[in-house]
Design a protein around this ligand. Structure first.
Ligand code: PMP
Length: 406
């Protein structure tokens, strides 16, 4: 088989053929996963891992409804997106039905990056501005422009000239202030849960203040729901919904096709029309029939099984368990629904980043896959498939308890 690579050759052959340090892997001993089911991942050596990290598999790994729908469509027809197709149109309608009524236009893309890139293009055309305002330590994608709009990724000393920043607060400050001097902002954008910024619970009213400040500066406001959306924070599906705001643009991605690439920009028709007056927008793989079939299947499962409602309960249970751990290396616990961040603290002379890294590796040794986030890389990130039940949360807390005691 062309796909079979002996286990011991895999790391070196990957590094040689695939750019080595440019695309690092997770964990000290990178995992070779061969199968997933629900919230369980299986490695080549037969070990089973509790998945506390993967949000793409929002309805659980290898969900039969998704694989059947996408597989059936692949077996019938999968084309580029310049033909009429009922499944694609009805997916757009279905997504719009979950949004505030002002947002009446759904433009499909293939990734979160492409969605943010298109939103950026719409905003510059609509406003005439040429600058963006982002949070400190934000991540919005991997294209050249989105790398500029990802302050988390900037090399030391680097700041693109067309980008201003604001601090996402951890305290009671509710009025955002931009460093936008000399800029003509077209777009203010933020992940609605500030995930890369450390999974922050910004004060109530902060997102509303951000929308207001964006409009006062002549810019549009974009809610980036690529990580925080799709039911993770509850049955309203979108994290911005809990803040009671109506963004001008919303971007979707990651879980949208449960691994089949598809993303979207949702906006108002008048904004899309300005771009349409001068250009057309087409992206070959943006909502192919198979991607749309996967997208429908994800929404079917979320609606029929009530996973978003359960995410609220299981998430609260998880945070209660985490807070009860009472360890000198664990600090504040934050998050909404099934997205939780736990501050890791220094231990004696050992800096928090190193403590966090060793906790993460020790969790892997005990069969639990989590992640790290935040500006200091010292926030333990729990963002599992929404199929988690309280028992899975208990298992996570138990393993973390063992690890911090060790
Ligand atoms: N926005 C946010 C908030 C993200 O977390 C990510 C991916 N981590 C992206 C955009 C980019 O999405 P993609 O990797 O699908 O291009």
């Amino acid at each position: 088989l062309a796909t079979a690579v002996p286990e011991r050759e895999l790391p070196a052959r990957r590094a040689a053929a695939m750019g080595g340090g440019l695309s690092p892997l997770f964990y000290r001993r990178p995992l070779e996963l061969v199968r997933g089911e629900g919230t369980w991942l299986y490695a080549r050596d037969g070990r089973r891992y509790l998945d506390a990290y993967n949000n793409v598999a929002v309805v659980g790994h290898a969900h039969p409804a998704v694989t059947r729908a996408a597989g059936r469509q692949l077996g019938e027809l999968n084309t580029h997106s310049r033909y009429l197709h009922g499944g694609i149109v009805s997916l757009a309608e279905r997504i719009l039905a979950t949004m505030p009524p002002e947002l009446d236009t759904c433009l499909f893309t293939t990734s979160g990056t492409e969605a943010n890139e298109l939103a950026w293009r719409l905003a510059t055309e609509y406003t005439g501005g040429d600058a963006a305002i982002i949070a400190e330590h934000a991540y919005h994608g991997s294209s050249k422009w989105m790398a500029d709009l990802s302050s988390n990724e900037w090399p030391p000393g680097h700041r693109p000239p067309h980008v201003g920043t604001f601090a996402a607060p951890r305290d009671s400050v509710t009025t955002p202030t931009f460093s936008a001097e000399g800029l003509r902002p077209a777009l203010v954008l933020a992940d609605s849960q500030f995930t890369s910024e450390g999974i922050l619970d910004v004060p109530a009213g902060f997102l509303a203040g951000l929308v207001e400040s964006a409009h006062a500066a002549g810019a549009l406001y974009l809610a980036d729901e690529v990580q925080s959306g799709y039911g993770r924070s509850g049955p309203q599906l979108w994290r911005f919904g809990l803040a009671g705001i109506t963004p001008d643009l919303v971007t979707l991605g990651k879980p949208m096709g449960a691994g089949y690439p598809i993303g979207a920009v949702v906006t108002r028709r008048e904004i899309a029309d300005v771009l349409a007056g001068r250009y057309e927008y087409f992206s070959t793989f943006a909502a192919t029939p198979a991607a749309a079939a996967a997208g429908h299947a994800v929404l079917d499962v979320l609606e029929l099984t009530g996973l978003p409602t359960r995410a609220v309960e299981v998430g609260a249970h998880l945070r209660r368990g985490l807070r009860a751990l009472d360890s000198p290396v664990l600090g504040e616990v934050r998050g909404t629904g099934l997205l939780a961040g736990i501050d890791v603290l220094p231990a004696g002379d050992v800096p928090s980043r190193e403590v966090a890294r060793s906790l993460l590796e020790a969790l892997v040794e005990r069969g639990v896959l989590a992640g790290l986030t935040g500006p200091g890389g010292d926030v333990l990130k729990v963002r599992p498939p929404l199929v988690w039940e309280t028992g899975h949360a208990d298992e996570f807390v138990a393993r973390l308890g063992e690890v911090v005691r060790a």
